[in-house]
Design a protein around this ligand. Structure first.
Ligand SMILES: Nc1ccn([C@@H]2O[C@H](COP(=O)(O)OP(=O)(O)OP(=O)(O)O)[C@@H](O)[C@H]2O)c(=O)n1
Ligand SMILES: C[C@](O)(CO)[C@H](O)COP(=O)(O)O
Length: 227
């Protein structure tokens, strides 16, 4: 079955507060996005890689690829004004009739190869494979009047990416008008009335968001490379 990955990196990284967008910042001396593309290639060099970037960053990215002699083949697609729009642009760029597509945040460079493989397997079997992890802390629900309430944490999961789908179904799901509840791709799929299937994510698969995440990322990379 044909496999593709859409790596969304069309955001501005405002919470990072850095002079350049977080997807280009170095971890272990190499831009975040190059780590992410490398993990997918490691899983299977046949996976078609689609990288969604702000259009105005294309020249900068090409320059980085030259500077780092980055050779992994990938296609560039222009991002949109929201994550939803960026994913949709990635999907619209694909003319395949069927196959599987993993949608992944470009700023999650520490996803494991096992999680990617399992998400493809589950999507092939059931339509979708969404990476999630269990909570370690207790959680409380807040009400508008300032109260808080106990929640049974065994019924909750933290949602990561990849979120992998049968292409025809996720393309159909993204024909919908964008809604506020679409904070990820699973909610767009589910809006069609289809049940999503969860798979175990990996705890290191953090979304690089704030400066502390870069420090933790350096630690994770050193651990991964046995330093
Ligand atoms: N218009 C957008 C907004 C976000 N993303 C991508 O979606 C992923 C998750 O979003 P987030 O971590 O919120 O990234 P930013 O929007 O860049 O961060 P911030 O909210 O701090 O500006 C990132 O890989 C980001 O680049 C995207 O492709 N297009
Ligand atoms: C898709 C996501 O990473 C799943 O946890 C998350 O919803 C992205 O949220 P953000 O608001 O774009 O950071």
């Amino acid at each position: 079955m044909n496999k593709a990955a859409i790596l969304v990196a069309g955001g501005k990284g405002t919470r990072m507060g850095a002079p350049i967008s977080k997807q280009y910042l170095p971890i272990g001396g190499k831009p975040v996005l190059m780590h992410t593309l490398s993990v997918f290639q490691e899983v299977d060099p046949q996976i078609k890689l689609i990288l969604v970037l702000p259009k105005e960053d294309f020249a900068y990215w090409n320059q980085l690829c030259q500077e780092y002699d980055f050779q992994i083949p990938h296609e560039l697609v222009a991002g949109g004004n929201s994550r939803f729009q960026s994913v949709r642009n990635g999907l619209d760029s694909m003319d395949w009739k069927d196959g599987l597509v993993a949608i992944h945040d470009g700023v999650r460079p520490f996803v494991s190869t096992e999680v990617i493989e399992n998400s493809f397997l589950e999507a092939e079997r059931s339509g979708s494979g969404i990476a999630v992890i269990a909570l370690k802390d207790s959680i409380r629900k807040l009400s508008d009047d300032g109260k808080s309430f106990y929640q049974e944490r065994q019924y909750f999961r933290l949602v990561q990416t990849p979120q992998t789908f049968q292409l025809a179904k996720i393309k159909k799901a993204f024909e919908v008008t964008e809604m506020q509840q679409f904070t990820d791709d699973a909610t767009v799929y589910e809006h069609q009335g289809w049940q999503v299937s969860l798979i175990a994510g990996n705890p290191e698969n953090i979304k690089i968001t704030t400066p502390e995440d870069l420090e933790y990322g350096e630690f994770l990379l050193a651990k991964k490379s046995g330093r």
